[in-house]
Design a protein around this ligand. Structure first.
Ligand SMILES: [Zn+2]
Length: 120
């Protein structure tokens, strides 16, 4: 028996408990990160302020490439909303120095691309 192609192709969307503070996609409102996963607020994205996140949900990774950022040459991949495909920021794949290694496998969410929902 082969697996049902319709269930395999379906993006595995996550629905989080509604009482947790989250970040949502500005375009479609899909939950994309728990505010608890916020690592640092002091980052700058392409459009201004950005958050460094330990994890995200409901996101896809786009093209991976090398980018020259303020802090050196990084390998990053675009972070895309799994529902509407809008660009939310990027994921750090590889950083140039040991001091910056903590950013690897973490995610930048551009503040302008997300909505902060407190749910209280
Ligand atoms: Zn979206």
């Amino acid at each position: 028996m082969s697996p049902d192609p319709t269930t395999c192709a379906r993006q595995d969307l996550h629905y989080l408990p509604s009482d947790l503070p989250v970040f949502s996609c500005k375009e479609c409102g899909l939950v994309i990160a728990l505010q608890d996963e916020l690592c640092s607020k002091g980052f700058t994205g392409g459009s201004g302020k950005a958050f460094l996140m330990n994890s995200t949900v409901n996101t896809n990774l786009g093209k991976q490439d090398e980018r020259r950022l303020l802090t050196g040459k990084h390998t990053c991949a675009d972070l895309l909303c799994a529902s509407c495909g809008s660009s939310l920021g990027w994921k750090y794949i590889k950083t140039p120095t040991a001091e910056q290694k903590y950013k690897e496998n973490r995610f930048i969410l551009e503040q302008a691309k997300v909505v902060k929902e407190n749910n209280w």
